[in-house]
Design a protein around this ligand. Structure first.
Ligand code: HEM
Length: 405
């Protein structure tokens, strides 16, 4: 699995993010060693790609790179899992035809048109949760009490989780990623969720309704989606779409609050978020360590010939701050219309990106409008950040506002 060439220096994966900017080591790497050998915290030697153009080249090349034996969690997670076959339905761990046929069936469920139909639901959800917090009238943890709840309930709506089960669904998804719990408690929540999803998919097979799972079941195509694929897919949508969006809501709010002029702009000018959401996704790049691919044939990346069998880690946070991508990339400029790889790129580019944009576009201004004087309880140096996790964000974000007790 490790293929370190003795002539190549192996260093550590840069991880000193502070708190909105990537590790400064990337500035030098992009110039001097844009494709270089590093050792990941999980003990894997990989080729680290730090330039935007090289990142796009790798992510676009589904012939030379495979996802089956790699996922971003392996960058800091357990490498022993690498050679285990992925469970069915996990799009991120599929290649070629198996990936494209499943992705094609899902595409229209996440299209801009489908998201426009969902907008009134998300709007009402954001409103209802903010009203609850305002009525309680006390400082709250914006990450736990608001940001985590909205995306999980939206996924519940998409999957067709019965209304009476939504609160349990939301609290179980939150426990799955709650780092104040022990690893065993989080694992127990994942097991509970798995059992919940098995029952949900069984119910959809027995009695299809008007939701994503039912439409996949009744889709008249030649190769129906199997029971196991639907359970895996539901779990993937939850894991890929829940904590990512939650972290973007909380970290995005925190970043806006650092520059009151930007926060006011988002509060007062709906138009600015047409470009502003993608700029926040670029600037914050919460999938900060990036994504992993396995070279399945010898392939040129920049100046390096990567041999078949080697892993390549594409640093999304570095690519998005590449001076060759956009002028002054370290500045958050909500009117910038730059491309970026914050949602990935190529065939595995984020399936839920229009949904994430919708949730952020509704949640961020609503927080700033309805909680006048919104501010953090702790000063920035005292806010805990998730440097040690695949998805970057705040561990908690206590906030208060002018009307709070
Ligand atoms: C701001 C929030 C989000 C960010 C930053 C984000 C980021 C990403 C990134 C970087 C990838 C590519 C991974 C790779 O190439 O290995 C990805 C893939 C994916 N995302 Fe998202 N995501 C977000 C929200 C969502 C939401 C809301 C959903 C759905 C509910 C979702 C579902 C997926 C799925 C299913 C994939 C795999 C696609 C495939 O393999 O074809 N994501 N996301």
């Amino acid at each position: 699995m490790t293929t370190t060439d003795a002539t190549c220096p192996v260093r550590e994966l840069p991880r000193d993010r502070c708190p909105f900017d990537p590790d400064p080591a990337y500035v030098r790497l992009r110039v001097e060693e844009p494709v270089t050998r590093v050792n990941t915290p999980a003990g894997l030697d990989v080729w680290l790609v730090s330039r935007y153009e090289d990142a796009r080249t790798v992510l676009l090349d589904g012939e030379s790179f495979s996802n089956i034996d790699s996922s971003s969690s392996h960058l800091i997670g357990q490498v022993e899992q690498l050679q285990q076959p992925p469970p069915p339905g996990i799009l991120l761990r599929l290649d070629g035809e198996a990936h494209s046929s499943l992705r094609l069936r899902l595409a229209r469920e996440f299209s801009p048109k489908a998201m426009a139909r969902l907008e009134p639901y998300v709007q009402a959800l954001v409103e209802e949760h903010l009203q609850r917090l305002i009525a309680a009238g006390t400082p709250f943890d914006l990450y736990r009490d608001f940001a985590l709840t909205i995306p999980s309930l939206v996924i519940g709506e998409l999957l067709g989780v019965p209304v009476q089960d939504r609160d349990v669904f939301a609290s179980t998804t939150s426990r799955m990623v709650d780092i104040s719990l022990t690893a065993q408690e989080r694992e127990a929540a994942s097991q509970e969720m798995n059992g919940f999803l098995v029952q949900l998919v069984q119910a959809k097979f027995a009695d299809p309704a008007d939701d994503l799972l039912s439409r996949l079941i009744t889709d008249p195509r030649k190769h129906p989606v199997t029971f196991e694929e639907l359970v895996g897919l539901s779990l993937l949508l939850l894991t890929a779409g829940h904590d990512t969006t939650a972290n973007m809501i909380a970290l995005g709010t925190l970043r806006l609050l650092q520059e009151p002029a930007l926060a006011e702009r988002v509060r007062d000018d709906c138009e600015v978020l047409q470009t502003g959401i993608d700029e926040l996704v670029r600037y914050l790049t919460i999938v900060h360590y990036g994504v992993l691919r396995l070279a399945v044939r010898d392939v040129q990346v920049g100046d390096v010939m990567v041999p078949a069998g080697d892993y390549v880690a594409v640093s999304l946070e570095s690519a998005n701050r590449d001076e060759a991508l956009t002028l002054d990339p370290d500045r958050l400029d909500l009117e910038r219309t730059s491309a970026h790889v914050g949602f990935g790129y190529g065939v595995h580019q984020c399936l839920g990106q229009h949904l994430a944009r919708l949730e952020l576009r509704l949640a961020l201004p609503a927080l700033l409008r309805q909680l006048p004087g919104l501010r953090t309880v702790e000063a920035l140096p005292d806010i805990p950040f998730k440097n040690d996790m695949i998805v970057y964000g705040v561990k908690k974000l206590n906030v208060t506002w002018d009307g709070a007790r």
